[in-house]
Every structure is written in structure tokens, then in C-alpha cells.
Write a protein that binds this ligand. Structure first.
Ligand code: BDR
Ligand code: CA
Length: 311
């Protein structure tokens, strides 16, 4: 099994991924850490606690970044995930409370308690991981691996023509996390845009669940409308679940190894730039950062089937 920390900003597609993390027998969910992103951080924490409770599980939730490290925070547009992050459906009250530690402290403590074992899966803006790195750089050598849903190297962006939302929302944090030199895989729009969770899949998911299923199906309807308007597809891209699909079923993906760079300013702000390894560039700075793996291809149908089956 994979012991993981799930760093998240729930979020409709985050909620689907959290349900997978709670339910998949090969995943041991050690805790969730929350960040601003799709919603403000207090709402993200509320939603993470709620989803665990609906699944009947006690999972620590540690609250983290309320804003980007450097740039000012733009409020999340409510038409994508709803003002409450879960498609504005009515939600039951939360019983539990957040862990008293900050997200960064929770990450550091958890990795140090089990050196070499813990996988960090990050599916929101990357401030919590960046802060953890800054407070305790020794986690670079102690984490098992880091899987980031974010970025785009060939596909183009979803916030600007070149920037994906999680990277764009805190490019300075992303720059630190993607160039830290820990074993990292980027699961970006290059693959998540090839995966479409259609209404038929969601009907199967909802049929197999109880309270949690109502929230997943209810919020899905809202998210589907957004995809219909923006991309003209019937269904939605389960971005964040793809990071877990990579962890559990890597054979469904193809990856390339190379150097990652994040543009932090100007027109290209939030762009992830990928320089495949062993390619000489006349301008050497593109190959100075440590190596990372980037997902470039995917069997999208198989990933969506895996998500549906798991749920
Ligand atoms: C990412 O941005 C968020 O809106 C989603 O939850 C996902 O993590 C996709 O670009
Ligand atoms: Ca997310």
C-alpha cells in the first residue's frame, strides 16, 4: 500500500479524488492538508473534514496556505466549483475539527515519522509543500515521492493560454516545489484533458455510494455545466483523480524525464517549461534544474474506468 498525504483545495474534482483516497485498498490516507485555490482555505478545510466524515472515516486535516507566497490572491471564480466548492449543493454540518498543526508542520512531522515511506500527492496550489521545504529541507531525501497535479507542457493552459490553475495560483511556490530535486512526477493538463468523466460514469459512481455519493453526484452536475460551456464537452476532466491514477496504475501513462522550470512573472506567469533530458540547448539555464518526470500520454478511457470502478 501507499501511505499518502493529500494536499488539496476541494473543489469538485478534488472531492472525487478524496473519495478515491478514502476508498482505494492500496492507499493509506495519513492525512489531508488544505490550501486556498478553488475556494478559500477555511472552506477547503471544511470540505475535507466533511468528505472524510461522510465516508465514516477519521482522517487528520491540517489547514495551510490562505494566499500565494508572493503575489496577491485573486478570489476563485465561483462559476467553476461553486461558492462552497462543491457545486453549491446543500451540505450537512461538520462534526470534527482540524488538526492543530499547520499543513506544512503536518507534512514535515508525517514524513519524518516514516522516512522513505510517505508519498505526497498535491492537487492544489503548492504553498504548503513550498513552506514545508523551507522549514525542513531534509524532507527532500525522506519523502518517497511527490505527485503533483498541475502544469501543462504541450497542451496549453486553462487560466491563461500557457498556465494551468494550480501553478498559476502560486507560481513562486510551484517554482520551489518543481525544482526541489525530490522524486517528482507532474500530472498535468497534457494527460488530464484526455480523461473525460461522462454522465454515465457518474451515474455508476452515485449508484454504488451513500451520503458521499450524493455529494459527488450533486457537485458533478454543476461542474459538468461549466465544462459544457467552456470546452463544449459532455462530462468533466477528473484532474485530481488522475494524480492518484498515476500512483496506482502508472502503466496507463507515458512519461518523459527532464528539467522543469516555472515562469513566475510576465505574460508567461504560471507556465511550466519542460526541457527533455540530454537535449543540448545553446542557452544552458533550461537544463540546470534537477530532473523530474512529466506525464505526456495516457489511456484516458482506462483511467476514467479505473476511477469509476474504484468509487
Ligand atoms: C486544477 O485546478 C483546480 O481547479 C482543479 O481542482 C485541479 O486541481 C486543474 O487545473
Ligand atoms: Ca484541486
Amino acid at each position: 500500500t501507499h501511505p499518502i498525504i493529500f494536499d488539496t483545495d476541494p473543489g469538485v474534482d478534488d472531492a472525487q479524488a478524496i473519495a478515491i483516497a478514502l476508498r482505494h485498498p492500496a492507499i493509506e490516507l495519513l492525512g489531508m492538508t488544505t490550501t486556498f485555490g478553488n475556494v478559500d482555505v477555511a472552506t477547503a478545510t471544511h470540505n475535507a473534514l466533511l468528505l472524510a466524515e461522510l465516508a465514516g472515516r477519521e482522517v487528520p486535516v491540517a489547514q495551510g496556505a490562505a494566499a500565494p507566497l508572493v503575489k496577491p490572491r485573486h478570489p476563485a471564480p465561483a462559476h467553476i466549483h461553486g461558492a462552497n466548492g462543491l457545486g453549491d449543493i446543500a451540505l450537512p454540518a461538520v462534526q470534527g475539527r482540524a488538526d492543530p498543526r499547520s499543513a506544512a508542520r503536518f507534512i514535515i512531522d508525517t514524513i519524518n515519522a516514516r522516512p522513505g515511506e510517505v508519498t505526497l500527492v498535491a492537487v492544489g496550489p503548492l504553498g504548503n509543500l513550498a513552506t514545508a521545504l523551507q522549514l525542513d529541507p531534509t524532507i527532500i531525501d525522506k519523502v518517497k515521492q511527490v505527485v503533483v497535479m498541475g502544469g501543462s507542457v504541450r497542451e496549453g493552459g486553462n487560466v491563461t493560454p500557457v498556465a494551468e490553475a494550480n501553478i498559476f495560483n502560486d507560481p513562486h511556490a510551484a517554482a520551489r516545489v518543481l525544482t526541489a530535486g525530490w522524486p517528482l512526477t507532474l500530472v498535468g493538463l497534457d494527460v488530464t484533458h484526455r480523461c473525460v468523466l461522462a454522465p454515465g460514469h457518474m451515474a455508476r459512481i452515485a449508484a454504488g455510494q451513500d451520503k458521499l455519493g450524493e455529494v459527488l453526484a450533486g457537485s458533478y452536475g454543476f461542474y459538468r455545466d461549466f465544462y459544457q460551456e467552456m470546452l463544449g464537452i459532455d462530462g468533466c476532466c477528473p484532474h485530481d483523480s488522475c494524480a492518484l491514477a498515476w500512483l496506482i496504475r502508472p502503466e496507463l501513462f507515458t512519461t518523459a524525464r527532464g528539467h522543469l522550470t516555472v515562469a513566475t512573472q510576465g505574460e508567461a506567469e504560471g507556465q511550466t517549461i519542460f526541457a527533455p533530458e540530454n537535449r543540448g540547448y545553446i542557452e544552458p539555464r533550461w537544463s540546470r534544474t534537477p530532473l523530474a518526470d512529466v506525464c505526456l500520454g495516457v489511456d484516458g478511457k482506462a483511467v476514467v474506468e479505473w476511477i469509476t470502478e474504484t468509487l
